[in-house]
Design a binder for this molecule. Structure first.
Ligand code: PLP
Length: 431
């Protein structure tokens, strides 16, 4: 056994003995040799044995410009030489202030609304918790405490903390926790919006595309029509751009496609380019102003986390935005999306493929009909892994969303692996 095999065995054993992985059936996990990542560069992840894989889902939809990008790596190291973290409670810090100003500058705005205030938290779930809690408290300050009801879409996914689970609609993930959540009116489409909404605080949506639902696209215009309904009924609009933000749909933010400015914009994942956990909930001056008052009025937003406004995360996020400018990232996206479109198109005709979907540089191939127990999506991904490509399915949907630094040859490699895996798995589905 050479040294890398030795350390692989040691870590595998420790992982088996002590680690509990997220969204993972651990019995199945413990029966398989795991991929243990040690390093990475660009779109490539390298495991501890030296094997390389293309990161075809951008490390669960977080990475944008590739791993170990010199600009982001340097920014984090330089920040580390100053300070890693100080509290944001009663103190401010340099990168958090700079980042807030830059996020406000790039956020969607129109004549009616601008997102001028930034509240930091740690991940996508907490960005949504913040929006939900702010919306509820806002209506109390505005003298409309009856506005307590939230609307959300069936199949929505907004994260795993309890507020985010409450507005979530994926039965497999969320039903077990229902006893702990608040009631939410779940709608499938805009026809199900209530006629009377004077008790509704806010409606949550993943703009353009529902991610964890299996990359399901909304009909064009739905987001714009929802904004119009919110304006008519006085309901606040919470746009969850945790997955769609930062270029994934072809524009900086998905809301821009339909010229929509939400009342809350939840950002995480790509905010730091996929380097560190950081989230931001952006909102309007109107919402912010409602929380202003004398100390003794206790209009304060009583919410915050130990690592709110963390300097390392904010430095990474600033560097991420710098890369967007220096590398003209948004201008590169149409060519990437076009190559993805070309490679996805023929898969539509493959027997066993139910649907092929794309939104910007997000691709999805749905196979079926197979019962979830058949784990067909996972099996396809296992074969792709054997061909040096890592991604994670959502049920029977294989997700393809590599970092924007992926080369044309690498993107072809990802689709070649997918094609081979589909051929192997769909021609012998009962294997
Ligand atoms: N919102 C959306 C749309 C997401 O896709 C996710 C995660 O996939 C979340 C929220 C939760 O983000 P996190 O896992 O960072 O808590």
């Amino acid at each position: 056994m050479n040294r890398s095999e030795e350390s692989y065995r040691r870590l595998w054993e420790l992982d088996q003995r002590h680690v509990w992985h997220p969204f993972t059936q651990m019995k199945q996990w413990m029966a398989e040799p795991p991929v243990i990542i040690e390093s990475a560069y660009g779109a490539i992840l390298r495991d501890i044995t030296g094997r390389e894989y293309l990161d075809a889902n951008s490390s669960i939809w977080t990475n944008l410009h590739g791993h170990r990008h010199p600009t982001i790596t340097r920014a984090i190291k330089e920040q580390l030489d100053r300070i890693a973290h100080s509290s944001f409670l009663g103190l401010s810090n340099v990168p958090a202030i700079e980042l807030a100003a830059q996020l406000v500058a790039i956020a969607p705005r129109d004549d009616r609304r601008a997102l001028t205030r930034v509240f930091y938290s740690d991940d996508g779930s907490t960005a949504m918790e913040v929006a939900i809690k702010m919306a509820l408290q806002y209506w109390q300050h505005r003298g409309q405490p009856q506005r307590q009801r939230f609307l959300a879409f069936t199949e929505a996914y907004h994260g795993d903390t309890l507020g985010a689970v409450s507005v979530g609609g994926i039965r497999l993930f969320h039903d077990v926790f229902r006893p702990l959540t608040f009631p939410v009116q779940r709608i499938r489409n805009l026809a199900e919006l209530p006629d009377r909404a004077d008790d509704v605080a806010a409606v949550c949506i993943e703009p353009l595309i529902q991610g964890a639902a299996g990359m399901r696209l909304w009909p064009a215009g739905l987001l714009r029509d929802l904004r119009a309904w919110c304006d008519r009924s006085g309901v606040l609009l919470i746009a969850d751009e945790v997955m769609t933000g930062f270029g994934r749909t072809g524009k900086m933010f998905a809301c821009e496609h339909e010229h929509v400015v939400p009342d809350f914009l939840a950002l995480a994942k790509g905010l730091t380019g996929g380097y560190l956990p950081l989230a931001a909930t952006l909102t309007t001056e109107e919402i912010f102003n409602a929380f202003l008052g004398e100390y003794h009025e206790f209009k304060t937003f009583f919410h915050g986390h130990s690592y709110t406004g963390n300097q390392l995360g904010c430095a990474a996020a600033l560097a991420n935005l710098r890369v967007f400018q220096e590398e003209r990232t948004l201008e590169k996206l149409p060519a990437l999306a076009e190559q993805m479109r070309r490679r996805l198109a023929p898969l539509r005709d493959q027997p066993g493929v139910l649907d092929v979907r794309q939104c910007g540089f997000i691709g999805a191939v749905e196979v079926g009909p197979f019962p979830l127990e058949a784990q067909m999506g996972a099996r396809i991904c296992w074969v792709m892994r054997d061909h040096g490509v890592l991604t994670r399915p959502i049920g029977n949907v294989v997700v393809l969303m590599p970092p924007y630094c992926v080369t044309p040859a690498q993107l072809d490699h990802i689709f070649d692996a997918l094609e081979r895996a589909l051929t192997v798995c769909l021609s012998a589905p009962a294997r």
